[in-house]
Design a binder for this molecule. Structure first.
Ligand SMILES: Nc1ncnc2c1ncn2[C@@H]1O[C@H](COP(=O)(O)OP(=O)(O)OP(=O)(O)O)[C@@H](O)[C@H]1O
Length: 733
């Protein structure tokens, strides 16, 4: 590229001076006497004399000029010192001064250049992501499609409508045509990113069941992997709803039965007449006895018990298996006759969480089992003939459906699933058209980064709780006034709560909020006993743990906004804590502080047994329990459609955790409210990452700040903490 063009530049002033003051070049020589009139030596001396004089003259002028030069250097130094001082004191003014004192340009000046050609705004046409992730199919969350217009069995449509499922929700409207036979059918895998409670379960269960409707023999064809037992139970309910009248068998494997009984539930042992193979097996069995090889081979054990000429043959007892990854790996590795040879559907729900777990290297084990070549005797007659003719048997095409409300875009994780011609479907509030694939000409879609959509019917609130020492009192006040709407005795209540929208600066300084009760708020800083601090603060920082459930799913059409949304009927509240220990403490504190709560509070944590957890959930759903305190394990997938409130008592540990926790309410188009308690220390992260962060999309809605003034019950609080301390010490003895 050619560099800028420059020409020699002489400032006008300097040029003029040069022409007027510079003596003519030949002047000194002209003044000298004529050399011919004098003798040579003298002449020489004469010639030298003026020169000497001239040098003397030059010396003199140099001496005169030295102070001038010093003066100019000094003045430059002073000038730059002045500028440096000014910059230090008042940078803005200094900038102006510097501009004014621009040095005079000498020698070089840019030649006039043509105006630069205006460049269009930069719009990247590339993405670090592969096209299927960078250009997803986006769908507006308001889109619905009547089930009757989809290629679904008419009996199933009428059954669904009896259960209240008349229209397919947005995610179903987009995914069903891709998975069901028809013009939009996609031959390949599908990834789905849609908000919590948007109906993802039905979106994968329905086409899977439809594809197996005509099956004659029971074979394991559909595999659904979910992270928790509760999700297994929920997915099973939806699968049973769709499979009514088809005779399809749906099985689960979660580890709540003994392994042996689960094996019996999954695989049926039979026999087949095959004298040749019988002989081979008998020979192997004999070798084992002769050489004392203690290899464990349950197949050989079964073969020994067979009738002469017969070999064992295994059949699947289920068509669809819904399971947790750990249990599936155990069955693949240890259950004789359990194979994935006929599997055509692999569904991974809550994929981001499952792909984060490397438990038992489950992805690798499943992928290897899915890719294993079919044994000859299991091949279809056609494949058997082809394989004898040296044609490779046809590779099974397993369709993978990967779903989450917080779908990962991490390619290293997605790659482990070996996706084939994948497509990503994203349901978002701002989407404009149904099933529209993004146009690569428009550049990568806004959704190409991992952003998470919240349900459009969700309302979020944030409550500052000072240093967190009085958090239980804040919670109690919140429950009484805003959630359970109890009548609070007047004498004990200070001026009521007030609401202020979250803004740039009100999140870190609670006293800056100007409300009628601001003066009352200031006393929340009074610190309780050290036991109080340890009971609330220490909990906030400890590690996360998990829990369980099952579900029922009454249906309701998805509504567009909180104002239009149907109001849920469950009067209870689900409170999230960071650890099981924190949950236990809180349940006791609430009961001590407000004894009427004692029979209404229950825990749902990792330590709750499966059956106890299921019962607790049933009672909560039925409204017999009003307060359910749970850990993060209940944040994924738990479906209590009528739940109106959730509370983040301990702040969630990540953005995804927040999305899943608040997603337990505002499900299937119903209204819901999420309340988050945050301490002074947690405030900055909460507002920056959750309330105003770019990862969460809430369609223009905002997290609103609520100021709660806790009850003045210091003595009772101290007493409750004392009792709690006593409980802990008693338990430790
Ligand atoms: N078409 C429909 N019509 C009415 N209700 C529906 C429909 N589809 C699903 N539902 C109901 O919506 C609720 C949420 O569905 P589902 O549990 O599948 O959501 P999800 O997207 O998997 O949520 P999460 O991400 O939290 O697991 C359930 O109660 C379900 O019964």
């Amino acid at each position: 590229m050619a560099g800028p063009l420059y020409a020699r530049y002489i400032p006008e002033k300097v040029a003029a001076k040069a022409t007027t003051t510079a003596p003519p070049a030949e002047a000194p020589r002209a003044q000298q006497p004529a050399p011919s009139a004098r003798p040579a030596t003298k002449e020489k001396r004469e010639r030298e004399r003026p020169k000497k004089r001239k040098r003397d003259k030059n010396d003199e002028s140099e001496e005169e000029e030295a102070p001038k030069k010093h003066k100019s250097v000094l003045s430059k130094f002073e000038k730059s010192k002045r500028v440096a001082d000014a910059v230090r004191e008042e940078p803005e003014q200094a900038a102006e001064t510097i501009e004014e004192e621009q040095p005079e340009l000498h020698d070089l000046v840019p030649l006039p250049q043509p105006d630069p050609v205006p460049e269009p705004d930069y719009k990247p046409t590339f993405s670090a992501l592969p096209p299927w992730l960078a250009y997803p199919i986006t769908v507006t969350s308001r889109a619905t499609t009547p089930f009757s217009t989809l290629p679904i069995d008419a009996k199933l449509v009428s059954h669904l409508s009896q259960k209240g499922y008349t229209d397919a929700f947005a995610v179903q409207s987009a995914v069903l045509p891709l998975l069901l036979p028809g013009p939009k059918h996609h031959v390949g895998d599908i990834c789905v990113s849609a908000a919590t409670g948007s109906g993802k379960t039905l979106a994968y269960v329905l086409p899977m069941v439809e594809s197996m409707r005509q099956r004659v023999v029971t074979k394991l064809q559909g595999l659904v992997v979910v992270p928790t037992r509760e999700l297994v139970a929920q997915a099973r309910e939806i699968a049973e709803l769709c499979a009514v009248g088809t005779g399809l068998k749906i099985g689960t494997a979660v580890g709540n039965h003994s392994f042996v009984s689960e094996q019996e539930m999954l695989v049926k042992k039979g026999r087949r007449y095959d004298p040749e193979k019988y002989k081979t097996l008998q020979a192997r069995a004999k070798e084992r006895i002769l050489y004392g090889v203690a290899e464990q081979d349950t197949y050989l054990d079964d073969a020994v018990d067979m009738l002469p000429g017969h070999v064992p043959e295994y059949e699947s007892k289920v068509d669809i298996l819904i399971c947790t990854p750990g249990r599936l790996v155990e069955h693949i590795q240890s259950t004789t006759g359990f194979s994935l040879d006929d599997v055509r559907w692999l569904v991974i729900d809550e994929a981001d969480r499952l792909l984060d777990q490397s438990f038992q290297e489950w992805v690798g084990v499943i992928m290897a089992a899915l890719q294993a070549e079919k044994p000859y005797e299991k091949m279809s007659a056609r494949d058997q003939v082809l394989s004898k003719m040296w044609y490779p048997p046809e590779r099974r095409a397993v369709r993978k459906v990967i779903l989450s409300a917080t779908m990962t875009r991490d390619l290293s994780k997605l790659d482990t699933l070996k996706l084939r011609r994948p497509k990503l479907v994203v349901v978002e509030d701002a989407g404009e058209s149904l099933g529209q694939e993004a146009n690569p000409q428009d550049g990568p879609a806004a959704t190409s980064g991992a952003t998470f959509e919240l349900p459009p019917t969700l309302k979020e609130w944030a409550i500052p709780v000072g240093d967190g020492a009085d958090k239980p009192l804040y919670l109690l006040r919140l429950l009484q006034t805003r959630i359970l709407h109890e009548k609070v005795p007047k004498a004990r209540v200070r001026p009521d709560t007030s609401i202020v929208s979250g803004s740039e600066d009100d999140d870190e300084d609670s006293s800056s909020v100007s409300t009628k009760s601001s003066s009352d708020v200031s006393d929340t800083s009074a610190s309780p006993s050290s036991a109080a601090s340890s009971s609330s603060d220490s909990e906030a920082n400890s590690s996360t743990s998990e829990s369980e459930t099952d579900s029922s799913s009454p249906a309701r059409p998805l509504k567009a906004s909180t104002s239009q949304a149907a109001h849920p009927t469950n009067a209870g509240v689900l409170i999230f804590t960071s650890t099981t220990e924190s949950a236990t403490r809180l349940s006791r504190l609430l009961a001590y502080l407000h004894p009427p709560y004692t029979p209404q509070v229950a825990l749902l944590t990792k330590s709750s047994a499966t059956s106890a957890g299921r019962k607790t959930l049933q009672r909560f759903r039925a409204g017999h329990l009003r307060i359910l305190i749970a850990t993060d394990r209940a944040s994924r997938g738990l479906d209590i459609p009528e739940l109106a409130h959730i509370v983040n008592y301990d702040i969630p540990r990540s953005v995804t955790s927040y999305v899943h926790r608040v997603g337990r309410t505002a499900r299937a188009g119903r209204a819901g409210e999420a309340w988050t308690l945050f301490t002074d220390v947690e405030g900055r992260w909460f507002w920056n990452a959750i309330a105003r962060g770019e990862e969460i999309k809430r369609g223009g809605r905002k997290v609103e700040r609520v100021k709660i003034v806790p009850d003045e019950r210091r003595e009772e609080y101290e007493e409750a903490l004392g009792r709690l301390k006593g409980d802990v010490e008693g338990a430790g003895r």
